[in-house]
Design a protein around this ligand. Structure first.
Ligand code: ADP
Ligand code: ASP
Ligand code: MG
Length: 461
């Protein structure tokens, strides 16, 4: 079971989490729990790190004080036993002092590396896991908090680390399995791992879902349940489309596409570790635990032509490379994409018109300048010869994606999707079909974001 930030956000929520765990444990299940930081804590930690890196010595003291107060108050409500309480407070204070010292040294150096960012970001989960484990002990359960840096071995790609599964599995089998077999309820920190040398890494924002799946796969689990603050994966972001409904069943492929194209409800890599094993994943609501939520499994029911969900990605820009001289010249697209990679920008969508006179792709907005510079450098001879006329970026756009396995090979879907937008006067800048054919993505102006999601959401029967 994995519980997200809102589920760990207050003492009432943590008590509810403990109820869910103990109820299922009482039915004879062995449960490994993975937790996120309390809501908002990771953001605050990253802000403290940035402020310190800017040489600001005061901000981190205020922020760490705020964190201390929130965790102390929560601990105070959750634990009655004096001995457990004292040990918990010592534990929390030890971490918070370490955090202050770390921020201080960053402020002195006036510099922070991705590695430093990961170390600071790791404190949120390390604090919250201790709160839940202490609460469970206070309830008479055998529970301990475990830092995932002891279990999940990753590469050193800080802030977006990749797990090394065979080594992770070895550790999980060695340390966790005996804990679980003895009836213990281990609480593991989400979001973090460590390199072989023990340097703390993180799996990217929202990465606790991924932690749950990595540990689940390493344990050969039968079920991974992701507990969050909505009833399941919905037909659209409920904040954008208020009429969004829970989707009862989705395939791994559909969920992969949904998460990749902006449905922030799950980390995009979550299903990957589960695919080999074919174990089902369920997304359900901590605060409405009798709701069955969304079941994610290898295949889903396919209704021909059906759109199941609509998502959007904001803060992206469209880069176009145009020129009549590109027709029939091999290699320009390939070299452009290498130049994009050198600028460390990942492409979310690519489209080429059949005339070969232009192609375009979407990247995160914060990478635009570096990417344009990199491509212009790569294609400088083509630009001089005027084979390429223009390399330019259009900002303030969004990618809107419709997802559904039944869209595979159904040409009518694209026209229905485009027609619905055209009827509302929404201009489509680019259209692209995902290679899996589970999705169709459209690029529209950022101003049309909400309207486009709502219009396409209306297509879902
Ligand atoms: P957690 O902290 O539990 O991981 P997140 O905030 O990461 O929770 O994800 C849950 C949130 O995702 C919901 O509160 C909802 O606002 C948002 N969301 C965006 N798109 C969707 C969607 N298609 N279905 C469900 N929730 C969505
Ligand atoms: N706490 C981390 C974040 O906010 C990981 C997570 O919650 O999944 O990104
Ligand atoms: Mg999340």
């Amino acid at each position: 079971m994995k519980f997200g930030g809102t589920s760990m956000g207050t003492h009432d929520a943590i008590a509810q989490v403990a109820r869910i765990i103990t109820e299922h444990a009482a039915q004879g299940h062995r449960i490994l729990t993975v937790v996120s930081a309390m809501s908002g804590v990771t953001d605050m930690l990253l802000q403290a790190a940035s402020a310190s890196a800017a040489g600001d010595e005061g901000t981190h003291f205020i922020m760490v004080e705020t964190l201390r107060k929130r965790h102390h108050e929560t601990a105070d409500e959750l634990v009655r036993d004096e001995k457990i309480k004292t040990a918990l407070f010592d534990d929390l204070d030890g971490l918070l002092e370490g955090l202050n010292a770390l921020c201080h040294s960053i402020a002195v150096l006036r510099e922070i590396t991705p590695r430093g960012m990961d170390l600071i970001a790791s404190f949120g989960e390390r604090l919250s896991a201790r709160l839940l484990a202490a609460h469970l002990r206070d309830l008479g359960q055998d529970s301990i908090a475990i830092d995932a840096s002891e279990l999940i071995v990753t590469d050193d790609n800080f802030q977006d680390a990749v797990p090394i599964m065979d080594e992770t599995r070895k550790r999980v089998q060695e340390y966790l399995v005996p804990c679980l077999e003895s009836g213990m309820l281990p609480i593991v920190t989400g979001f973090i791992g460590a390199t072989r040398k023990g340097i703390i890494t993180t799996l990217g924002r929202g990465g606790s879902d991924y932690s749950g799946a990595i540990l689940g796969a390493a344990l050969d689990t039968d079920h991974l349940w992701i507990y969050t603050d909505v009833d399941g994966i919905m037909t659209a972001d409920p904040r954008v489309a208020p009429t969004a409904r829970v989707i009862p069943v989705l395939s791994y492929g559909e969920v992969g596409e949904l998460a990749y194209f902006g449905a922030k409800v799950l980390h995009p890599k979550t299903v990957q570790p589960m695919i080999d094993r074919g174990s089902p994943v369920r997304v359900r609501n901590t605060f409405n635990p009798t709701h069955t939520g969304t079941l994610i499994q290898p295949q889903s029911e396919i209704t021909a032509g059906a759109v199941k969900a609509v998502t959007a990605i904001k803060d992206v820009s469209l880069i176009s490379v145009e020129g009549r001289g590109m027709v029939g010249v091999p290699g320009i697209a390939g070299r452009t994409f290498m130049a994009v990679a050198r600028a460390n920008a990942s492409m979310l969508l690519i489209s080429q018109s059949s005339s070969e006179q232009s192609f375009c792709f979407v990247i995160p907005s914060d990478r635009v300048q570096g990417t344009l510079d990199s491509i212009r450098r790569e294609l400088r001879h083509e630009l001089e010869r005027k084979d390429v006329d223009r390399i330019w970026a259009k900002e303030d756009i969004v990618i809107i994606t419709t997802v559904g396995a039944g869209m595979r090979g159904m040409p009518g879907v694209a026209s229905r999707v485009c027609g619905a937008l055209a009827d509302q006067g929404i201009n489509i800048l680019v259209i692209a079909q995902g290679s899996s054919e589970y999705s169709i993505s459209l690029v529209v102006a950022a101003d049309d974001h909400v309207k486009a999601v709502q219009v396409l959401h209306n297509l879902i029967a």
